[in-house]
Design a protein around this ligand. Structure first.
Ligand code: LLP
Length: 424
C-alpha cells in the first residue's frame, strides 16, 4: 500500500505531480510519501498494541540503515518510533531527528570502542552484544566510565532466511550473533559483571522474508532460551525480534501482513511477560519511496534489443546490481500503446548497471519520466557518486506540500570536498 497514484493520466506522490518535482529538482531524485510512512508505522503499531498482553509496551525501532534521511527519521520519531542503529553516525542521526535516546537500540557486528563509549554516553536503550570479544571490550569501557549499560545478547538461532544470500543473517555460518549455547554462557558472564546489565536477547535472521515459518522458528529459540535463563536465575525482560518482514515489490512473492506477523510473535511470546521490540526497516520505508528518473534515449539496436537508457544508474539505486532485485518501473505520464520488452540501463560504464532485462513496458520516448517503485528502503542510503555522478537528492511529500530534504550537490561542492595533497 502506498500513495503514488495516477490522477488524470499523470503519476502523483500524494497531492504533488511527480512531473513538477522533476521540473524543479531535476532527475534522478528520490521522492518519499509521508502518508505511506505514517500508514505503515500505524499498521504495525496497531498490531503491536492489539497484543499488549503478550508483547508488553512493544518498541518499534525503525532500522535507520533502510533510510537515514533526517526528515524521514523525524517523521517516524513524531509517531513515537524508536531507532535501530548500527553506527555512531546512525545514533547521531536518530538523536538529531528527535528519537529519544531510550528508544535507540545499538546493534552491529563490529562496534568500535569509540562507538560503544558514545552509545553509553548518550544513554541508548540497549546495546546488542554480538560476540564474547565484544562483551569483554564493552565491560572494560563501561568500567572505565563507571556505569552499567543495558545489553541484549544477539543470538544466531541457526535459522537463515531472506530474499537473497547477501541479506541472510541468521544462518549458522553468517557473521552475526552468537550460537545458542555460547549465548547462554555470555548471558551468565554478563550477569556476573557489575558493568553491564543484561536485559534480554535479540535476533535478526535476514531481510525481505516472505514466509513466517523461519521467523517463528527463530522467535521460538529466543522464547526457549528465556525460560532456561530464568530457570538459572537470570532476569530476561526484553526480547528484540529484529526486522526482516518482506514487502510486495510486485512481481515477487506476496509477504504475510504485518498483523499476521505480529500475531505470530504474540503467540510465541505469550505468557513470557517480556517487552518485545521490532526493528522494521524495509516494511516501513520501501513502498514509501520512488526513484524518479528521466529517459535519456531509447536505443533500438539492429539485433532487435531495445535499451531504455535512463539518467538514473546503479550508483543511485544499487539493489538490482547487487541483489538482482526487482523494482517495478512505471511511466509518470503513460502513453497509449503496446507493451514491449526493454533492457533498462543507466549511463554508468559497467554491464552491471542494468536495472532490468526484457522488462515489458509501455511505449517510452526520450525525456519521458519514469519511477522505480519500492525504492524508499535501501535506495538513497546505498547511493554513491560513482562515475562522479552527483549524489542523488531526496524529496519528501506530505499532502500538497513538498520539500527537498537532501539537495543534489553542485559540481563545485563535489570538487571542493577534496583538498589537493600539498605537494601537488
Ligand atoms: N535489524 C537488524 C539487526 C538488521 O541487520 C536489519 C537489516 C534490520 C533490523 C532491518 O531489516 P529489514 O526490516 O529492513 O529487512 N541492503 C539490503 C538489506 C540489508 C538488510 C540488513 N539488515 C537490501 O537492499 O535488500
Amino acid at each position: 500500500m502506498h500513495h503514488f497514484d495516477l490522477k488524470d493520466g499523470a503519476l502523483y506522490a500524494e497531492g504533488v505531480p511527480l512531473e513538477l518535482i522533476a521540473d524543479e529538482v531535476g532527475t534522478p531524485a528520490y521522492v518519499y510519501s509521508t502518508a505511506t510512512l505514517k500508514r505503515h508505522y500505524g499498521l504495525l503499531r496497531a498490531a503491536a498494541d492489539a497484543h499488549r498482553d503478550a508483547l508488553g509496551e512493544a518498541l518499534i525501532a525503525f532500522a535507520v540503515k533502510a533510510n537515514s534521511n533526517l526528515s524521514v527519521l523525524a517523521t517516524l520519531a513524531k509517531l513515537g518510533s524508536g531507532a535501530d542503529t548500527v553506527s555512531e553516525g546512525e545514533i547521531r542521526r536518530a538523536l538529531a531527528a528527535g528519537v529519544p535516546s531510550d528508544r535507540i537500540i545499538f546493534s552491529g557486528v563490529g562496534k568500535t570502542d569509540v562507538e560503544m563509549a558514545f552509545a553509553i554516553s548518550v544513554g541508548v536503550r540497549q546495546i546488542n552484544v554480538e560476540s564474547g570479544a565484544e562483551l569483554d571490550r564493552l565491560i572494560a569501557i563501561a568500567a572505565m566510565m563507571d556505569t552499567s549499560p543495558a545489553i541484549a545478547v544477539r543470538v544466531n538461532p541457526n535459522v537463515g532466511a531472506g530474499g537473497h544470500a547477501k541479506i541472510t543473517t541468521g544462518g549458522k555460518g553468517d557473521k552475526f550473533g552468537v550460537p545458542v549455547e555460547e549465548a547462554m554462557g555470555l548471558y551468565a558472564r554478563a550477569s556476573a559483571s557489575p558493568h553491564v546489565t543484561p536485559v534480554g536477547l535479540a535476533c535478526h535472521i535476514g531481510s525481505q522474508i516472505t514466509d513466517l515459518a523461519p521467523l517463528e522458528a527463530a522467535f521460538k529459540v529466543l522464547a526457549e532460551m528465556t525460560r532456561t535463563l530464568r530457570s538459572q536465575g537470570h532476569a530476561v525482560t526484553r526480547l528484540d525480534l529484529g526486522g526482516g518482514l518482506g514487502v510486495p515489490y510486485s512481481g515477487g512473492t506476496e509477504p504475510p501482513s504485518p498483523a499476521d506477523y505480529v500475531a505470530m510473535a504474540a503467540r510465541v511470546l505469550n505468557g513470557l511477560d517480556v517487552e518485545a521490540a521490532f526493528e522494521p526497516g524495509r516494511l516501513l520505508a520501501a513502498n514509501a519511496g520512488v526513484l524518479l528518473s528521466q529517459v535519456i534515449q531509447v536505443n533500438e539496436r539492429s539485433d532487435g534489443r531495445r535499451f531504455l537508457v535512463l539518467d538514473a544508474a546503479m550508483n543511485d539505486l544499487m539493489r538490482p546490481a547487487l541483489y538482482d532485485a526487482f523494482h517495478d518501473i512505471q511511466p509518470v505520464n503513460p502513453r497509449v500503446g503496446a507493451r514491449l520488452p526493454h533492457d533498462v540501463v543507466g549511463p554508468v560504464c559497467e554491464t552491471g548497471d542494468t536495472f532490468a532485462r526484457d522488462r515489458e513496458l509501455p511505449p517510452l520516448e526520450a525525456e519521458d519520466l519514469v519511477v522505480f517503485t519500492g525504492a524508499g528502503a535501501y535506495g538513497a542510503v546505498m547511493a554513491s557518486e560513482y562515475n562522479s555522478r552527483p549524489l542523488v537528492p531526496e524529496v519528501l511529500v506530505d499532502g500538497d506540500q513538498w520539500a527537498v530534504i537532501r539537495p543534489r550537490p553542485t559540481y563545485e561542492e563535489m570538487l571542493d570536498r577534496e583538498p589537493f595533497a600539498d605537494w601537488l
